[in-house]
Design a protein around this ligand. Structure first.
Ligand SMILES: [Zn+2]
Length: 242
């Protein structure tokens, strides 16, 4: 029963994540503005705004202007619904709630970086502050079970490593290869994972990035930019749930 609650709550958070994904890059208010159609700007009433279900009933077309609704909306809702449920199944209740909040944030990061190649500073900052505070005050809540020293060590190592890679890349290739946002995100995540898991995170995320590169490369011939922030986020989720 509580599992169903987690599932439904997850889809609702997914719906809110969609709002953030759509509005943050446009610098719009994410709370005090009711849902609107991104195509025709008409208001969407709650009945046509039920996570996943409305998309299915409306057959993927908006009620107002009959335009195709991006598959991203139900996907994000479904994705978070499943993740919340998995958290409930795999972890104890307080951890499940904490991780669900975490997955909500990381999903927004994944999709915005994928769509727009931006990582808003606020996300790595929240992740690192909570990561260090929780590891210090409530170490049992951190699912990676690392101590604060390990956590701090990983933060220093990962930030130094990524800044160095970034600098070397810039010098050699004379262009931006690795965003500062990516460096901040990897540092923030490493506060949670500790050093050993940070290495696994790098391996998994790089694999995801490489697979993505080859899939897209096959389809188009121009230069492909790997959304490394998205790969890191997915890598982190996989590492946690595996
Ligand atoms: Zn519309």
């Amino acid at each position: 029963m509580i599992g169903v609650l987690f599932l439904i709550t997850g889809t609702l958070f997914g719906s809110f994540a969609n709002v953030c994904i759509l509005r943050l890059p446009k610098n719009e208010n994410i709370i005090f503005k009711s849902s609107y159609c991104p195509e025709c700007n008409n208001k969407i009433d709650w009945l046509n705004n039920i996570p996943v279900i409305s998309y299915v009933i409306l057959r993927g077309h908006s009620k107002c202007c009959n335009k195709k609704i991006s598959i991203q909306y139900p996907l994000v809702e479904f994705f978070l619904g499943i993740l919340f449920l998995l958290n409930y199944i795999l972890f104890d209740l307080s951890q499940a709630i904490l991780l669900s909040g975490f997955f909500f944030l990381i999903t927004i990061v994944i999709v915005i970086d994928f769509n727009k190649q931006i990582i808003f500073d606020i996300f790595p900052y929240i992740i690192i502050v909570f990561g260090l505070l929780i590891t210090f005050f409530f170490p049992t809540l951190n699912p990676f079970q690392v101590g604060i020293l390990n956590s701090l060590f990983s933060v220093v190592i990962s930030f130094t490593l990524f800044l160095t890679i970034r600098k070397v890349f810039k010098k050699v290739k004379k262009k931006e290869g690795l965003g500062l946002g990516d460096a901040k995100l990897v540092t923030a995540l490493s506060a949670w994972t500790g050093f050993e898991n940070f290495l696994y995170l790098l391996i998994i995320s790089s694999l995801i990035g490489i697979i993505y590169y080859f899939i897209v490369k096959k389809k188009r011939s121009q230069e492909v930019r790997i959304p490394f922030g998205s790969a890191l986020g997915m890598g982190f989720i996989i590492l946690l749930l595996y």
